[in-house]
Every structure is written in structure tokens, then in C-alpha cells.
Design a protein around this ligand. Sequence first.
Ligand code: ATP
Ligand code: MG
Length: 341
Amino acid sequence: MSAPKKQHPVFVSVRDAQVHFRAGGALAALRGRARIIKAVDGVSFDIRKGESVGLLGESGCGKTTTGRMLLKLEEATGGSVTFDGADLGELRGEALKNFRTRAQLIFQNPFDAVNPRFTIRATLAEPLENARVPAAEREDRILAALELVRLPNPAEFLDRYPHQLSGGQLQRVVMARALILQPDFVVADEPVSMLDVSVRAGVLNVFRDVRDRLNLTAIYISHDLALVRYVCERTIVMYLGRIMEDGPTEDIVHEPLHPYTKALVAAVPVPHPDQDHAPLPIGRGAPDPLNPPSGCVFRDRCPQAHERCAAEIPAPRPVGSRLVACHLYEETAMAPAKEMA
Ligand SMILES: Nc1ncnc2c1ncn2[C@@H]1O[C@H](COP(=O)(O)OP(=O)(O)OP(=O)(O)O)[C@@H](O)[C@H]1O
Ligand SMILES: [Mg+2]
């Protein structure tokens, strides 16, 4: 956690949370052949009010599932998620409705996030109608939300359809829709990955600016460290449903500790949102989530794996400014910690 936010109260608290899916559907379950995908497998972290946390990791490591779990779009199958003091598992009725207003998702692909038959006005009016905002107030709220995301001449867009906007413009509309009910928590799931590289920085700048102006607490999901670094003061690195490392983004970029984080950092030659990154220097694609290795899930790709890694799941431990889940840092935890102090 970075220094300025340290004193802020904990806003979202995740304790040993799991989201396990049954693979193969109902038929496989009937035949007793269902297998379990541990998309999120025992993660714990706190997010403080106003903090921006990046969720980083390769495809399939559980980033989206974690984000959906935080928004109660996916139920935790184990452990707990607490939002502003309320256990998400217990939320019902008005309290759940209130949570649905306060916590919003910004989708990865803006074209998937909107109904192609709705005008921009109708797209933005929908959440206002659901929240029973009086009709007379809606147009002003819509224009204010579009101004917030710096869409120039917003009135000109109201009667257009999604296909009449550029990807960057539409992503701003999607952001405006997520923000129109003035949430205090936002999960942005790869919000620029479908956009042309040339417009990414613009959209990210809007996201950062809005977040700061509204004092949003935010989760920013990406497989790209350069983008996470651009947006988040703190980064959580995930691999096969588990947290490998959690700490200040700049510390992670300058001195990654977990062997997996080291590989991710080595794949970003010059971290900048306009640049693509090199392939990971650890060979082989991510392993089969249905057959994760015993012990440390990263061990079969880890250049520093040893005997203990197959036998025992490493618990996250404090190492200097961070938490690291790696046996290398258990015996020698104090040495790297001292170096960093
Ligand atoms: N509804 C579901 N049913 C079964 N398995 C699922 C479901 N949703 C996700 N999974 C599996 O859970 C694992 C994690 O998926 P998730 O979408 O969270 O990963 P991700 O890190 O967001 O990946 P990407 O970078 O590709 O978006 C994957 O193996 C995925 O196939
Ligand atoms: Mg995803």
C-alpha cells in the first residue's frame, strides 16, 4: 500500500476468498466427471478508500473473476468479501440495490457493453431510470457525465448509435454510464485493451482524472504492467487464481521479488501505455487450470523452483513494502527486507 492512502479506512476487504467453477457443465456433473476450475483460490487483500489497485497477470489467471466477485456479479464459493463494512454474501433487498449503485464495472470491449439499438441518450438514461431519477433531471445528468469523461460537444452525440462513434469515444460513453450514478467503487476490466494503441493514453488519462476528482476507489485489471503502472499506485500480481505479490507498483517495477513478477517485468522493456510488450521469458503458456501443479502453482514454470515448492503452498509473507508468496522469501525473508528498507 502506498504511503498517502495508508491512513484511509479499509473499504473493501477480501479474506481467503474462492470462486470455484464446475467445468464440463451439468452432464459431466451427472456422470460424476465434473472437475473444478479454481479461478480464484484463497486470496486475501484490503483496499483502502481512494486507493487504486492494479490486478495483473496472464490470461486465465482469475483477474476478471476476482473483479466480478468484488462486484457480487460472481458469488464467492468460499471466504468473504466485505464492502464498506457489509458482507457481500449477506446483501439483500435495498442494501443490495444500494451496493449495485455504488459499485460499478467498466467493460473491456465498449461494443459489447452497450446495446447497438440504443442511442447514446438511451444508453445513459437506462441506469438513471433504474435508479428512479426524475425524467426532468436526466438530460442534465447525461450531459454532465459525458463532460466528465471529456467527450467534446456531448450534445451532438446524444442521438447517435454506438456504431456511429469511434472506439475511444464509445469507451468514454461506457465510462460515463458507469459513473452516472456517482459510484464510489469501480472495477475497470482491461478498459483500453480493445482500443487502438493511439487512443489508449487519452482514455487512461480520463480514467485517472475522473478517479481523482471523484475520489473513487478503483480496481484496474490488465495483463499489461505498463498500463497498470500508468494508473495504479499498488499492484496485485495473480497467477492461477492466487496472489503471488502485492505491493507499491513502483517497487514492483524497479525490484520485482516473486520469480513470476520478475518475468512479467522483464517482458516490459520500456513501460509506457503506447507500447506493446515482449513475450514472457518463462517459456510455455500458462498451465491447464484443471490440472494446476501441487504446492506453488507457478513452480513448473519457475526457474528457481526447488523441492519444497512441490510439497507446500507458499503463504504470502511481508517482505519490505510487499507481500510475497514464494518459498525463496521464507528462509531468507529478512535479507531482501533489509535491502529494501
Ligand atoms: N463461468 C465460468 N465457468 C467456468 N469456468 C470459468 C468461468 N469464468 C471463468 N472461468 C475460468 O476461470 C479461469 C479464470 O478466468 P478469468 O476470466 O477470471 O481470467 P482472466 O485473468 O480475466 O483472463 P483474461 O486475461 O483472458 O481476461 C479461466 O480458466 C476461465 O476459463
Ligand atoms: Mg479477464
